[in-house]
Design a protein around this ligand. Sequence first.
Ligand SMILES: [Zn+2]
Length: 346
Amino acid sequence: MIFRLFLSLILMCSAGLSRAQLVILQYHHVDSTTPPSTSISPEDFSQHLQLLEQEGMQVVDLNDAIHKIRAGEALPEKSVAITFDDAYDSVYRNAFPLLKARQWPFTVFVNTDAVDRHYQGVMNWEQLREMQDHGGLIANHSVHHPYLIEQPAGQSLADWLTQEVAAAEQRIHEETGHSYKLLAYPYGEFNLEIAAWLQEKGYLAFGQQSGPVGPMSHPQALPRFPAAGIYASVKTLKPKLYTLAFAIPPDQLQNPVLDNAVMPPLQLTFPGVDIYPSQVQCFASGEGRIRTGSSKEGALVRVTTQAEHPMPGGRSRYNCTAPSKSHPGWYYWYSQLWINRSVSNR
Ligand SMILES: [Zn+2]
């Protein structure tokens, strides 16, 4: 592990700081009449696109960008990808025209059963194919949108994921002619066993924990910034566009699943490049700033953090950030998801 950390240190120094990384935005409905927690109004969405233009962001194709990052290739500075989960028809009505006019690529993560059964408020395959013809990438969001960590009793994990993930991938391939093997976890929930199965089958997978993607990001726990609901204002979006990925190796990802409400400790070790260790600060859901210790060990920084109160609700996160020394105004950002599985309706 130490060797890998040093390798990443060298990589970062030689490749520059922000050329192989990507901010991914996550939306659901683009509508003012749908549930506010998962919606952004068409007006606010339009303002987001204007902000991206104004800030000189480069809107890139998700599949292309992710594979470039993983291959160690550079991306344009300020690369951003736009994603929508659940294939809601408000995306077709209110977001697609704006994206098409700009010729910007985007991704729609589809739960295939809802499309196959013509659920109300969900796009049909014809609309999805039309979007595909204009920069839309159609990707996997499972068949039935279950909590994937809630594997039915008596079923093996492999059978469960074949039924929910591989079957959705096959339907998408049949309907669109493409199989990118990009999965967005329903509700952003996963565990390390699911991640390992996906890795073995060649999938890359996206959560809903926040942060930018960098070369060291866990390939089956790729972060995205939720950009709707309480995150819909332009003011809260802007700082997220100026984030950098900490060079934290994937094996430091903790299993997110907790059996009840606890305060999990988190330890992170990474090259101490471009930050002051004392400026690393972690935050917990519902708590804000939490106690964060940092120490320097040679070229590495070790950060330890833990919430003071048990994690509230079903899903929560620790986010750790630190300002960049070389890019004033930019922040490093890393997020660890926690799932309290004793909360049944998360
Ligand atoms: Zn979803």
